[in-house]
Design a protein around this ligand. Structure first.
Ligand SMILES: N[C@@H](CCC(=O)N[C@@H](CS)C(=O)NCC(=O)O)C(=O)O
Length: 231
């Protein structure tokens, strides 16, 4: 059994989608990041970076005591290895998946996160920052669109790389990106994956909490998320 420390945001969806796709049993431990639960000492023991998602595997591979893991990329690799699915063993195919997974965690996620922050949430609207991250978001969407022009998925068969990137395309409207007009291959991939029942179940986990994504956080949320309490 896996304990999933989760709130319904793009980084959280990566793991709820993976657990559903891999058919790994899990229990949800809600971490309401708008209420500051990511700073609770018991959670920091598991995720010292005060970010979710995180997991604890109560029956870890190789035995031993329960295993805590933070960082969505590390969690995806661990779960893929545990289930033996969505990350090929063959070195060339594996490297292909891992390069797109690391591209997501090092680029797509952080850059779109910054775009969302300056474009949607920052009280002070800074045109330079908004423009810089909007251009970077467009560039990254373009990279995926080009890759998907000749491939069904980002890296070989459907994999943890697709599961990592898909939740960051969900927000295309709010990012003011013309998905269908400018990125037709990405749109095709996005729509096709949306039809996967397991992906839908992962995406729908705790969907009531998604309302925090459809509006700016309230004052308390702003303090927890942007107040720099722990960085
Ligand atoms: N690099 C981390 C990023 C996780 C992350 O930024 N999570 C956000 C929600 S999408 C969070 O927990 N934010 C809480 C906060 O900013 O205090 C990962 O990939 O797991």
């Amino acid at each position: 059994m896996i304990d999933l420390y989760y709130w319904p945001t793009p980084n959280g969806w990566k793991i709820s989608i993976a657990l559903e796709e891999m058919e790994i049993p899990y229990e949800v431990r809600w971490v309401n990041i708008g209420r500051g639960e990511q700073f609770e000492p018991a959670f920091l023991e598991i995720s010292p970076n005060n970010r979710m998602p995180a997991i604890v595997d109560r029956e870890p591979m190789g035995g031993g005591p329960p295993l805590p893991i933070f960082e969505s990329g590390a969690i995806l690799v661990y779960l893929a290895e545990k289930s033996g699915r969505f990350l090929p063993a063959e070195p060339r195919a594996r490297a292909d998946v891992l390069q797109w997974l690391f591209w997501q965690v090092g680029g797509l996620g952080p850059m779109l996160g910054q775009h969302g922050h300056f474009h949607l949430y920052a009280e002070q609207k800074i045109p330079y920052a908004i423009e810089r991250y909007h251009q970077e978001a467009l560039r990254l969407y373009g990279v995926m669109d080009k890759q998907l022009a000749t491939r069904e998925h980002l890296a070989g068969d459907y994999s943890i790389a697709d599961m990592a990137c898909w939740p960051w395309v969900v927000t295309w409207k709010r990012q003011e990106i013309d998905l269908a007009g400018e990125f037709p291959n990405l749109r095709r991939w996005y729509d096709a994956l949306k039809e996967r029942p397991a992906l839908r179940r992962g995406f729908d986990l705790g969907k009531e909490g998604r309302k925090q994504l459809t509006g700016a956080p309230d004052e308390q949320g702003r303090k927890h998320l942007f107040g720099g309490k722990a960085g």
